[in-house]
Design a protein around this ligand. Sequence first.
Ligand code: DAH
Length: 363
Amino acid sequence: MATTTLDDYLAQLDQLQQQALQRFRECRNAQELEQVRVEYLGAKRGVLRQVQQRLKELAPEEKPQAGKRFNELKKTLEAALEEAKQRVAASPQPEKPAKEKRRRGAEDLPPPFDPTAVPPQAQLRLGRLHPVTQTIRRMKEVMARLGFEVADGPEVEDPWHNFEALNIPEAHPARDPLDNFYLSTARLTEPQPPQEEGPQLLLRSQTSTVQIRVMEKRPAPVRVIALGRVYRPDTADATHFPMFHQMEGLYVDRGVTMAQLKTVLRLFASMFFGPEVQVRFRPSFFPFTEPSVEVDMTWKDGWIEMGGAGMVDPAVLQAVGYDPEQVTGFAFGLGVERVCMRQYGIDDIRLLYRNDVRFLQQF
Ligand code: DAH
């Protein structure tokens, strides 16, 4: 997906033209003019050259119009340079300052300080969205076309939404403190207060929490996705990071089947990655689905695991007050970073969270 739109680009050229013409007009001698020439028309680092590079980022069908406007701009600036050259050559050179100290006239003073002025180079540094944000937006778009609306839930959760309602009972290993970020309310520096009442909160370890929150709030049918951060105390390596994102999907209605689940995930994959991607479902286990599958997609010469899915377990439907005799549903959870990495050919998740602009500006 192009990161620069035609409108942005054309607006940038207009702004640049205005600025540059003004700068050429303000030149009072050959030396100043040379500085401004290099700044804008310099062959290697000139602003114009940088702007020309960005043409590449536009969609192919936008390029002709953008290129035409770029050429006009270039001609305009070259003409302005010529005009300024002649004007500077014709104007009398300032006299050498007399040895005697002259009284300073108004023209000798530097221009007044303008704290709101932005240097022309800085204005051209357009920001862009983080690749994960771009991926999340695309995923939402694709799922919207498949009829899924976006739901949301908190990142700090209670055990009911993160575990219990999802059929993960108290003694289940998934609730181990070593596998979760539980939040402690005790202060380290003071004597421990008596144990507070109420559930022990944690950073959610999965977006499946939002399934519960949505179904608690409204009756079937529901067809939603939820995209957001999840947290697990994993050691960071090429495929793991203690914070990552998931896209959860949930569809509950009368007569929803596994065939529909497979179709939706296949459609998502081909709409997102293109028709050549293949999707594979492997039998698996999750407490909140029965049956459960692992979802893989082709990448390079092999498969990459994208997430899990299955038919919503009747116990989950019961937990939120749905009648499993009346409705069935499917659910899935995909790793957003995995999708992003396959989309852009990134082979190490840590690159996404190093905040290195040289890496990020490629997307
Ligand atoms: N919550 C699971 C995880 O984080 C992923 C998942 C599996 C979500 C199956 C689902 C599902 O909705 O049906 O590993």
